[in-house]
Design a protein around this ligand. Structure first.
Ligand SMILES: Nc1ncnc2c1ncn2[C@@H]1O[C@H](COP(=O)(O)OP(=O)(O)OP(=O)(O)O)[C@@H](O)[C@H]1O
Ligand SMILES: [Mg+2]
Length: 269
Protein backbone atom coordinates (compact mmCIF):
# COMPACT_ATOMS: atom_id res chain seq x y z
CA UNK A 1 0.00 0.00 0.00
CA UNK A 2 1.20 3.52 -0.68
CA UNK A 3 0.23 6.41 1.52
CA UNK A 4 0.05 9.94 0.27
CA UNK A 5 -1.33 13.27 1.26
CA UNK A 6 -2.98 15.51 -1.24
CA UNK A 7 -5.13 18.56 -1.44
CA UNK A 8 -8.10 19.50 -3.49
CA UNK A 9 -10.94 21.84 -3.08
CA UNK A 10 -14.38 20.78 -2.01
CA UNK A 11 -17.27 23.27 -2.16
CA UNK A 12 -14.68 25.95 -2.85
CA UNK A 13 -12.74 25.18 0.33
CA UNK A 14 -9.27 23.64 0.24
CA UNK A 15 -9.22 20.25 1.91
CA UNK A 16 -6.37 17.93 2.75
CA UNK A 17 -6.79 14.18 2.49
CA UNK A 18 -4.70 11.33 3.61
CA UNK A 19 -4.92 8.73 0.88
CA UNK A 20 -4.01 5.07 1.13
CA UNK A 21 -3.99 3.09 -2.10
CA UNK A 22 -3.75 -0.68 -2.00
CA UNK A 23 -3.94 -3.38 -4.59
CA UNK A 24 -6.74 -5.87 -4.43
CA UNK A 25 -5.81 -9.48 -5.28
CA UNK A 26 -8.09 -12.21 -6.48
CA UNK A 27 -7.99 -15.87 -5.38
CA UNK A 28 -5.09 -16.60 -7.74
CA UNK A 29 -3.14 -13.74 -6.16
CA UNK A 30 -3.49 -11.69 -9.33
CA UNK A 31 -4.11 -7.97 -9.07
CA UNK A 32 -7.72 -7.39 -9.94
CA UNK A 33 -8.10 -3.82 -8.84
CA UNK A 34 -7.07 -1.06 -6.50
CA UNK A 35 -8.75 0.41 -3.48
CA UNK A 36 -8.22 3.97 -2.33
CA UNK A 37 -9.21 5.15 1.13
CA UNK A 38 -9.46 8.89 1.68
CA UNK A 39 -9.32 10.33 5.13
CA UNK A 40 -10.13 14.00 5.61
CA UNK A 41 -7.30 15.47 7.70
CA UNK A 42 -8.03 19.16 7.03
CA UNK A 43 -8.77 19.92 10.67
CA UNK A 44 -5.68 18.09 11.96
CA UNK A 45 -3.58 20.05 9.47
CA UNK A 46 -5.10 23.34 10.61
CA UNK A 47 -4.50 22.52 14.27
CA UNK A 48 -0.89 21.57 13.65
CA UNK A 49 -0.39 24.78 11.66
CA UNK A 50 -1.93 26.78 14.52
CA UNK A 51 0.40 25.07 16.98
CA UNK A 52 3.43 25.88 14.85
CA UNK A 53 2.34 29.50 14.50
CA UNK A 54 1.77 29.69 18.25
CA UNK A 55 5.21 28.32 19.06
CA UNK A 56 6.99 30.63 16.64
CA UNK A 57 5.00 33.61 17.89
CA UNK A 58 5.70 32.77 21.52
CA UNK A 59 9.41 32.31 20.91
CA UNK A 60 9.53 35.64 19.14
CA UNK A 61 7.69 37.37 22.00
CA UNK A 62 10.02 35.78 24.57
CA UNK A 63 13.13 36.76 22.66
CA UNK A 64 12.45 40.49 22.68
CA UNK A 65 12.59 41.09 26.45
CA UNK A 66 15.33 38.50 26.80
CA UNK A 67 17.45 40.37 24.26
CA UNK A 68 17.08 43.60 26.27
CA UNK A 69 18.00 41.84 29.50
CA UNK A 70 21.09 40.33 27.89
CA UNK A 71 22.19 43.57 26.28
CA UNK A 72 21.77 45.71 29.40
CA UNK A 73 23.39 43.21 31.77
CA UNK A 74 26.33 42.88 29.36
CA UNK A 75 26.73 46.65 29.32
CA UNK A 76 26.71 46.68 33.12
CA UNK A 77 29.25 43.85 33.27
CA UNK A 78 31.51 45.66 30.78
CA UNK A 79 31.41 48.76 32.95
CA UNK A 80 29.71 50.80 30.24
CA UNK A 81 27.57 52.62 32.73
CA UNK A 82 30.00 54.93 34.45
CA UNK A 83 27.76 56.88 36.80
CA UNK A 84 25.23 55.75 39.36
CA UNK A 85 22.33 57.37 37.47
CA UNK A 86 23.00 55.37 34.28
CA UNK A 87 23.46 52.18 36.26
CA UNK A 88 20.07 52.71 37.93
CA UNK A 89 18.51 53.23 34.51
CA UNK A 90 20.00 49.97 33.26
CA UNK A 91 18.84 48.05 36.35
CA UNK A 92 15.35 49.34 35.88
CA UNK A 93 15.27 48.31 32.20
CA UNK A 94 16.34 44.82 33.25
CA UNK A 95 13.69 44.69 35.98
CA UNK A 96 10.94 45.88 33.65
CA UNK A 97 11.85 43.44 30.94
CA UNK A 98 12.04 40.59 33.45
CA UNK A 99 8.57 41.51 34.68
CA UNK A 100 7.30 41.62 31.13
CA UNK A 101 8.75 38.17 30.54
CA UNK A 102 7.08 36.93 33.67
CA UNK A 103 3.67 38.33 32.70
CA UNK A 104 4.03 36.88 29.25
CA UNK A 105 4.80 33.42 30.55
CA UNK A 106 1.91 33.64 33.04
CA UNK A 107 -0.51 34.65 30.27
CA UNK A 108 0.69 31.92 27.94
CA UNK A 109 0.40 29.33 30.69
CA UNK A 110 -3.06 30.51 31.68
CA UNK A 111 -4.31 30.44 28.10
CA UNK A 112 -2.94 26.93 27.53
CA UNK A 113 -4.20 25.66 30.86
CA UNK A 114 -7.72 26.79 30.05
CA UNK A 115 -7.55 25.45 26.51
CA UNK A 116 -6.36 22.05 27.64
CA UNK A 117 -8.96 21.95 30.40
CA UNK A 118 -6.20 21.43 32.97
CA UNK A 119 -6.98 24.50 35.01
CA UNK A 120 -8.57 24.06 38.40
CA UNK A 121 -11.68 26.17 38.56
CA UNK A 122 -13.06 26.98 41.96
CA UNK A 123 -16.33 28.82 41.73
CA UNK A 124 -17.75 30.37 44.84
CA UNK A 125 -20.28 33.06 45.66
CA UNK A 126 -18.79 36.53 45.41
CA UNK A 127 -19.92 40.11 45.30
CA UNK A 128 -19.29 41.67 41.90
CA UNK A 129 -19.05 45.11 43.47
CA UNK A 130 -16.31 43.91 45.79
CA UNK A 131 -14.35 42.21 43.00
CA UNK A 132 -14.53 45.36 40.89
CA UNK A 133 -13.63 47.60 43.82
CA UNK A 134 -10.49 45.53 44.50
CA UNK A 135 -9.34 45.81 40.90
CA UNK A 136 -10.11 49.53 40.79
CA UNK A 137 -7.68 49.93 43.69
CA UNK A 138 -5.07 47.93 41.77
CA UNK A 139 -5.13 50.19 38.71
CA UNK A 140 -5.73 53.48 40.50
CA UNK A 141 -2.15 54.69 40.38
CA UNK A 142 -1.80 53.75 36.71
CA UNK A 143 -4.87 55.86 35.89
CA UNK A 144 -3.59 58.77 37.97
CA UNK A 145 -0.23 58.58 36.25
CA UNK A 146 -1.98 58.94 32.89
CA UNK A 147 -4.44 61.55 34.20
CA UNK A 148 -7.46 59.44 33.39
CA UNK A 149 -10.58 59.63 35.47
CA UNK A 150 -11.95 56.23 36.45
CA UNK A 151 -15.62 56.23 37.31
CA UNK A 152 -16.69 53.31 39.47
CA UNK A 153 -20.18 51.96 39.59
CA UNK A 154 -23.14 52.90 41.69
CA UNK A 155 -23.72 50.29 44.37
CA UNK A 156 -26.25 47.69 43.31
CA UNK A 157 -28.50 45.73 45.59
CA UNK A 158 -28.09 42.20 44.38
CA UNK A 159 -24.62 41.51 43.08
CA UNK A 160 -23.87 37.94 44.14
CA UNK A 161 -22.37 35.78 41.42
CA UNK A 162 -20.85 32.33 41.40
CA UNK A 163 -17.39 32.74 39.91
CA UNK A 164 -13.77 31.79 40.14
CA UNK A 165 -12.67 34.96 41.91
CA UNK A 166 -9.07 35.00 40.70
CA UNK A 167 -10.06 34.49 37.10
CA UNK A 168 -12.85 37.06 37.06
CA UNK A 169 -10.56 39.55 38.79
CA UNK A 170 -8.12 38.96 35.96
CA UNK A 171 -10.87 39.67 33.43
CA UNK A 172 -11.80 42.91 35.16
CA UNK A 173 -8.22 44.13 35.51
CA UNK A 174 -7.41 43.26 31.89
CA UNK A 175 -10.39 45.25 30.62
CA UNK A 176 -9.69 48.19 32.92
CA UNK A 177 -6.01 48.30 32.09
CA UNK A 178 -6.72 48.12 28.35
CA UNK A 179 -9.23 50.97 28.71
CA UNK A 180 -6.60 53.12 30.45
CA UNK A 181 -3.81 51.98 28.13
CA UNK A 182 -5.67 52.89 24.96
CA UNK A 183 -7.10 56.19 26.19
CA UNK A 184 -5.10 59.39 25.81
CA UNK A 185 -4.41 61.50 28.90
CA UNK A 186 -7.38 63.51 30.09
CA UNK A 187 -9.92 60.87 29.06
CA UNK A 188 -12.17 58.78 31.21
CA UNK A 189 -13.01 55.15 31.91
CA UNK A 190 -16.29 53.94 33.33
CA UNK A 191 -17.19 50.54 34.73
CA UNK A 192 -20.82 49.55 35.19
CA UNK A 193 -22.68 46.48 36.39
CA UNK A 194 -26.19 45.35 35.64
CA UNK A 195 -27.81 42.33 37.20
CA UNK A 196 -30.90 40.59 35.92
CA UNK A 197 -31.95 38.42 38.85
CA UNK A 198 -34.72 36.66 36.99
CA UNK A 199 -32.57 35.64 34.05
CA UNK A 200 -29.58 34.98 36.36
CA UNK A 201 -27.41 37.26 34.28
CA UNK A 202 -24.83 39.82 35.25
CA UNK A 203 -23.29 42.21 32.78
CA UNK A 204 -20.18 44.23 33.45
CA UNK A 205 -19.18 46.89 30.95
CA UNK A 206 -16.03 48.95 30.71
CA UNK A 207 -16.33 52.07 28.58
CA UNK A 208 -13.50 54.38 27.62
CA UNK A 209 -13.07 57.57 25.65
CA UNK A 210 -10.00 56.19 23.93
CA UNK A 211 -8.55 55.66 20.49
CA UNK A 212 -11.10 53.01 19.50
CA UNK A 213 -10.68 50.06 17.15
CA UNK A 214 -11.17 50.22 13.36
CA UNK A 215 -14.33 48.44 12.22
CA UNK A 216 -12.53 45.81 10.17
CA UNK A 217 -10.30 44.82 13.10
CA UNK A 218 -12.86 44.61 15.87
CA UNK A 219 -13.64 40.95 15.25
CA UNK A 220 -9.98 40.00 15.73
CA UNK A 221 -9.17 41.66 19.04
CA UNK A 222 -9.96 38.49 21.00
CA UNK A 223 -7.56 36.42 18.88
CA UNK A 224 -4.32 35.27 20.46
CA UNK A 225 -1.50 37.80 19.93
CA UNK A 226 -3.70 40.10 17.84
CA UNK A 227 -2.86 43.75 18.29
CA UNK A 228 -4.47 46.58 16.35
CA UNK A 229 -1.82 48.04 14.07
CA UNK A 230 -2.90 51.65 14.56
CA UNK A 231 -2.92 51.32 18.38
CA UNK A 232 0.49 49.69 18.80
CA UNK A 233 2.26 52.97 19.42
CA UNK A 234 -0.12 53.72 22.31
CA UNK A 235 1.33 51.04 24.54
CA UNK A 236 3.34 47.87 24.78
CA UNK A 237 1.55 44.55 24.96
CA UNK A 238 1.46 41.03 23.67
CA UNK A 239 -2.13 40.67 22.54
CA UNK A 240 -2.91 37.87 24.97
CA UNK A 241 -4.99 39.85 27.46
CA UNK A 242 -8.29 39.80 25.59
CA UNK A 243 -7.87 36.19 24.54
CA UNK A 244 -7.57 35.29 28.21
CA UNK A 245 -10.65 37.43 28.95
CA UNK A 246 -12.65 35.57 26.31
CA UNK A 247 -11.53 32.14 27.46
CA UNK A 248 -12.28 32.89 31.11
CA UNK A 249 -15.70 34.36 30.39
CA UNK A 250 -16.85 32.00 27.65
CA UNK A 251 -15.13 28.70 28.41
CA UNK A 252 -14.96 28.77 32.17
CA UNK A 253 -18.08 30.79 33.05
CA UNK A 254 -20.39 30.13 30.12
CA UNK A 255 -20.73 33.85 29.49
CA UNK A 256 -20.25 36.07 26.48
CA UNK A 257 -17.91 38.93 25.67
CA UNK A 258 -18.81 41.75 23.31
CA UNK A 259 -17.16 44.89 22.08
CA UNK A 260 -18.43 47.99 20.36
CA UNK A 261 -15.97 50.62 19.31
CA UNK A 262 -15.54 53.74 17.25
CA UNK A 263 -12.20 55.16 16.19
CA UNK A 264 -11.29 58.33 18.14
CA UNK A 265 -14.49 58.08 20.20
CA UNK A 266 -13.95 55.07 22.42
CA UNK A 267 -14.77 51.45 23.15
CA UNK A 268 -17.08 49.44 25.36
CA UNK A 269 -16.25 45.87 26.35
N1 LIG B 1 -10.06 49.69 25.25
C1 LIG B 1 -9.42 49.55 24.08
N2 LIG B 1 -9.38 50.59 23.18
C2 LIG B 1 -8.75 50.47 21.99
N3 LIG B 1 -8.12 49.35 21.59
C3 LIG B 1 -8.12 48.29 22.42
C4 LIG B 1 -8.77 48.33 23.70
N4 LIG B 1 -8.61 47.13 24.29
C5 LIG B 1 -7.89 46.38 23.43
N5 LIG B 1 -7.60 47.07 22.31
C6 LIG B 1 -6.86 46.59 21.13
O1 LIG B 1 -6.94 45.18 21.10
C7 LIG B 1 -5.64 44.60 21.12
C8 LIG B 1 -5.66 43.32 21.91
O2 LIG B 1 -5.83 43.60 23.30
P1 LIG B 1 -5.10 42.68 24.38
O3 LIG B 1 -5.49 43.14 25.72
O4 LIG B 1 -5.37 41.27 24.00
O5 LIG B 1 -3.56 42.94 24.08
P2 LIG B 1 -2.56 44.06 24.59
O6 LIG B 1 -3.25 45.00 25.53
O7 LIG B 1 -1.94 44.64 23.37
O8 LIG B 1 -1.46 43.23 25.33
P3 LIG B 1 -1.57 42.45 26.75
O9 LIG B 1 -1.42 41.01 26.37
O10 LIG B 1 -0.44 42.98 27.51
O11 LIG B 1 -2.92 42.74 27.33
C9 LIG B 1 -4.73 45.68 21.69
O12 LIG B 1 -3.42 45.54 21.21
C10 LIG B 1 -5.39 46.96 21.20
O13 LIG B 1 -4.94 47.26 19.91
MG1 LIG C 1 -4.31 44.16 27.23
Amino acid sequence: ATKREFEFSQDGKPKTFDCVVSCVFDQREQICGTAAVLHDITREKEISQMKNDFVSHVSHELKTPLASITAYSEMLADGEADDEQTRKEFYSVIQNQAQRLNRLIEDILNVSRIESGLIKVSKEPASLTMLIEEQLQMIKSYAEEKNIEVVGQKPIVFDQVSVDKDMISQVIVNLLSNAIKYTPAGGSVKIETEVDEIAHLARVSVTDTGVGIPEDEVEHVFDKFYRVGANKKQAKGTGLGLNLVKQIVEKVHNGRVFVTSKVDVGSTF
